[in-house]
Design a protein. Structure first.
Length: 154
């Protein structure tokens, strides 16, 4: 019985809509949150180095706070945000399809759980302009408050 529900396309669409509504609510309330998502569905632009990717588990937690939260938005059924990874703080734009978000977490407590197992057909995603990424990174680096995210080079 549960399996027929979790594999149901209409249920998956309902869960995706609910995921989007919860995230938009948190944006409006300026509430930081985490997402636990299926890493196989996540896209990184530019692609992350293999040594960083190899550290991800099948279900990976991303916490949206600070600069990452400020850059986060939803477009075309994807949650997109900028983040730095690894000791070198390698910058990348992260795109997570909403159907891939399995949990939304606030203060270490799941506030939304997505039990659907169905992938929803996504609209083709636009290619990210690398110049825009460079401009965004330059803007990030020009803010002195962001220096705490950078590794000291001695």
């Amino acid at each position: 019985m549960l399996e027929s529900l979790t594999n149901n396309k209409e249920f998956a669409q309902l869960m995706q809509k609910h995921t989007q509504e919860v995230i938009i609510h948190f944006f409006k309330e300026e509430q930081n949150f985490g997402i636990l998502c299926k890493i196989e569905d996540v896209e990184f632009s530019p692609a992350l180095p293999k040594d960083i990717v190899s550290e991800f588990r099948p279900l990976t937690l991303f916490f949206l706070a600070g600069y990452t939260f400020e850059t986060a938005h939803i477009k075309d059924d994807y949650l997109t945000f900028e983040a730095g990874f690894g000791a070198e703080n390698f910058g990348s734009i992260v795109s997570v399809p909403l159907y891939s978000v399995m949990q939304i977490i606030v203060d270490e407590t799941p506030v939304m759980i997505n039990l659907s197992n169905q992938k929803i057909e996504q609209k083709p995603k636009k290619v990210v302009d690398k110049k825009g990424v460079e401009d965004s990174m330059a803007s990030f680096l020009s803010n002195p408050e962001n220096s705490r995210f950078m590794k000291d080079k001695k």
